[in-house]
Every structure is written in structure tokens, then in C-alpha cells.
Ligand binder design. Structure first.
Ligand code: HEM
Length: 393
């Protein structure tokens, strides 16, 4: 009886061992499947190309860097680096849009240029460098230096006063037409100067105070005002130029006036005609020379000059010219505005009312005063005042 029981025990042992081995295999199978999916599942569905798997050694080719986009597509499909490199270098592609309407439709990034003061780089970046590295810091500094110099002059020397008491006898210095031309121009100029200064420098002194939302709206409003005041300034500048041209030609005494600096420091003002040499310099330098440059570049920026193709390069050059000329113009007119308001007693009244006292005329424009007294220039040039009516000044 011993033998059959030993055989049975051996059979039970084998059976148990076999079933344990099978169950261990079936529980391990899903984990193994998760680690390495069947090849059939990996090739199903939409696939993207991985350039590193297509030809990992393609870049070892000595001509790799000079491949065209077509050549690159053969060894590394989907790698468009050659095309983007050309785009970045400013190459113009093909566009079916008409050149007159969309002159730069085929060009995403402008070709390389070197604007004065920039590195050789694509034109957009070159323009940015000129604006941010030169125009803004140096233009802003020059403007502040002029403001500071005027302030120092005012607080040390004070306003230029008349030498004697008023006589009560008036001379008409500016006719109503001359004043209307001047003030239209001055108002347009003030709008342009204030809005221009905020657009260029506002982010340094206004943005931190008022926050981006308010500053954004303010700049948007001022930019619109700038675009409208520009053409008004252009027209009134032409009128001002022709109105005051006659008395701004060089005359006797101008060089002497300049040599003595107009007596600004000594206080001994040299004799001058209707306009002195300082005013003539502002007229020819500020109104005429800078005026032409500022107006022409401004009209380009407003896209108001007909027949011009407005490309990005055109706008960049116009912007740089406009910014430099306007900073110089503002600096010149700061001096003019100072002397026309708080810098000289009686000057503002002359432009507001049109009349000056004989004392003022003798003090500041002696040759002109002599000509009026000699009857060479009428003391009243506009419509004569009816008898019995006094002049309102
Ligand atoms: C914005 C404030 C301005 C003020 C307060 C102002 C004030 C004056 C005053 C008081 C005069 C008379 C000077 C005299 O009697 O000799 C004058 C003359 C004149 N102003 Fe202005 N002005 C301003 C802006 C401008 C602007 C923007 C221009 C031109 C762009 C301009 C062009 C002239 C011209 C051409 C004269 C005649 C003197 C000359 O031809 O040199 N002014 N201004």
C-alpha cells in the first residue's frame, strides 16, 4: 500500500507546481505588453515625422548647411530650416498680389541694411537700434539740456525788461492776418510737440505714474491728434513763411547783432530791424529748413504724398528723419517760445494784440523804430482806426 500513496503524492506535487507556473505567466503578461507595445499598434493612425529618426546622420554631410529646402526635404522631410534662413535674410518670395497695392506681400522680413548708428542687420531691427540707442536717449537729453539752460538763464538773468517807461504811443507790429497765421501755426505746433513728446518719451515719465491702460488710451488719442494737426501745421507754416519772409532777409546790423549775442548776456541789446538776427536764424533754420524736412517726412508718415510706394523701409527712413528734425525744431522753438512769453517783457502782448509801445520798439528793434518815425514804414498797417476810436491793447 505504500507505493500507490507515494505515486499519488508525486502527481499532486507536479500538478500544483505546473498550475503555479501558469498563473505567474498570465499575471506578468499585461505588464510586459505595456512596456513594449506590439509593432502592429505603433504604425496605426496619423503619424508625424521625427527628423532625428529619418536620417540621424544627415547633418554629417559637408554640404548640409548649403542645402536648398528641396535637398533638405529629401534627407530630413519636414525640416524647413533652409527656407526660414532665407526668410530671415530678407529674401523676397513670390506673391500674386499687385505690387502697387501690396508692395511687400512676398517679403516677411526685410533685407539687411546698416542705418547710421545701427549694426548690419535686417532693416526692422536696424531701425529699432537707431531709435532706441540714439534718437530716444540723445534726442531726449538734448531737449532736457535746452530746457535746463533756459531755466538757468531765466533764474540767473531774469526777464528782459524795457529801459524806459511806456509812452502810450503805439506802433502796429503785427496785423490781424499775421497774428492769425502765427497763432494757427503755434497752436498746431504745440499739439504736435506735446503729442510727439508723449509718444516718444511718455513711457519713461507718464507710464509709471498713470499705468498702462490710461497711458495706452492717452497715447492713442494724442497720436490721432498728431495726425490731424500735422497737415494744419504744414499749411499754416507755408502761410507764416510767406507772411514774414519780407522782413527776414539779411540786413545791415545783423552780423553785429550776432557778434554781440544779441546782448543777452551783457544786457546791451544791439540795434536791429523789424526782426533781429536771432529771429532770422529761427526763421531760416527752424521755419524754412527744418520746416521742409519735418513737413515732408510727416506727410510720408501720414501716407499723404501721392504716387509714393509706402514700404517699411520708406517709413523707417521717414521716421528717423522726422524724429531728428523735430527734436531740433522743438529745441529751437523752446528758445523762441521762452522769449515770446516770460523771457521778454512786452513780446507776448505784441503777438496777442498786434501793438507795441514806442519804448519797446526803440529798446528791441531800433532801426525799425527809426524807419517808422521817419515815415518809411506806416505805424498802422492794417485797416486804419476810425477817428475817435482808441486802440484796444
Ligand atoms: C507755441 C508758442 C509760441 C509763442 C508763444 C510764440 C510767440 C511769438 C511772439 C511773441 C512773436 C513776436 C516776436 C517779435 O515781436 O519780434 C513771435 C513771432 C514769430 N513766431 Fe512765434 N510763437 C510760438 C510758436 C511759433 C511757432 C511754432 C512758429 C513757427 C513754426 C513761430 C514762428 C514765428 C515767426 C516766423 C515770427 C515772426 C518773427 C520772425 O519772423 O522771426 N512761432 N512768436
Amino acid at each position: 500500500m505504500q507505493r500507490p500513496s507515494r505515486v499519488l503524492a508525486a502527481l499532486v506535487f507536479i500538478a500544483l507546481g505546473w498550475s503555479a507556473a501558469v498563473s505567474a505567466q498570465t499575471t506578468a503578461a499585461p505588464a510586459a505588453a505595456a512596456v513594449a507595445p506590439a509593432p502592429a499598434a505603433a504604425t496605426a493612425g496619423i503619424q508625424s515625422q521625427n527628423i532625428f529618426q529619418v536620417k540621424p546622420d544627415a547633418s554629417a554631410d559637408p554640404n548640409y548647411a548649403s542645402q536648398t529646402n528641396g535637398e533638405r526635404a529629401k534627407v530630413q522631410p519636414g525640416n524647413n530650416a533652409p527656407m526660414w534662413r532665407q526668410v530671415g535674410a530678407g529674401v523676397t518670395g513670390v506673391s500674386s498680389l499687385p505690387k502697387s497695392e501690396a508692395p511687400e506681400a512676398g517679403n516677411l522680413i526685410q533685407p539687411f541694411v546698416q542705418y547710421p548708428g545701427s549694426r548690419l542687420t535686417n532693416a526692422g531691427e536696424a531701425w529699432r537700434q537707431v531709435r532706441n540707442n540714439w534718437i530716444i536717449p540723445y534726442g531726449g537729453s538734448l531737449f532736457l539740456i535746452v530746457v535746463l539752460a533756459i531755466a538757468i538763464f531765466y533764474f540767473t538773468k531774469g526777464s528782459i525788461k524795457n529801459h524806459g517807461a511806456d509812452t502810450g504811443r503805439k506802433i502796429e507790429r503785427f496785423t490781424p492776418f499775421e497774428r492769425a497765421a502765427h497763432w494757427s501755426n503755434a497752436i498746431a505746433f504745440s499739439i504736435l510737440a506735446i503729442s510727439g513728446l508723449v509718444m516718444a518719451f511718455g513711457k519713461f515719465f507718464l507710464l509709471p505714474v498713470m499705468g498702462s491702460t490710461l497711458f495706452g488710451w492717452l497715447t492713442y488719442v494724442l497720436k490721432t491728434a498728431h495726425n490731424f494737426a500735422g497737415p494744419l501745421f504744414a499749411v499754416s507754416l507755408v502761410v507764416v513763411f510767406f507772411t514774414f519772409l519780407r522782413d527776414n532777409w539779411p540786413q545791415k546790423g545783423d552780423l553785429q547783432w550776432l557778434a554781440k549775442g544779441g546782448g543777452l548776456i551783457s544786457g546791451d541789446e544791439p540795434a536791429s530791424n523789424r526782426f533781429n538776427a536771432g529771429e532770422k536764424l529761427i526763421f531760416w533754420g527752424g521755419v524754412f529748413f527744418l520746416g521742409i524736412i519735418v513737413v515732408a517726412s510727416g506727410l510720408v508718415l501720414d501716407k499723404l504724398l501721392p504716387g509714393l510706394i509706402y514700404e517699411r523701409g520708406t517709413m523707417q527712413v521717414a521716421h528717423m528723419v522726422h524724429a531728428v528734425a523735430t527734436v531740433l525744431m522743438m529745441c529751437m522753438f523752446l528758445g523762441h517760445i521762452y522769449l515770446g512769453t516770460i523771457g521778454m517783457q512786452g513780446a507776448y502782448k505784441a503777438m496777442r494784440t498786434g501793438y507795441v509801445d514806442e519804448t519797446w520798439a526803440k529798446d528791441h528793434h531800433e532801426y525799425w523804430y527809426d524807419d517808422v518815425k521817419a515815415g518809411k514804414i506806416p505805424a498802422q498797417r492794417s485797416e486804419p482806426i476810425p477817428p475817435g476810436q482808441t486802440v484796444q491793447v
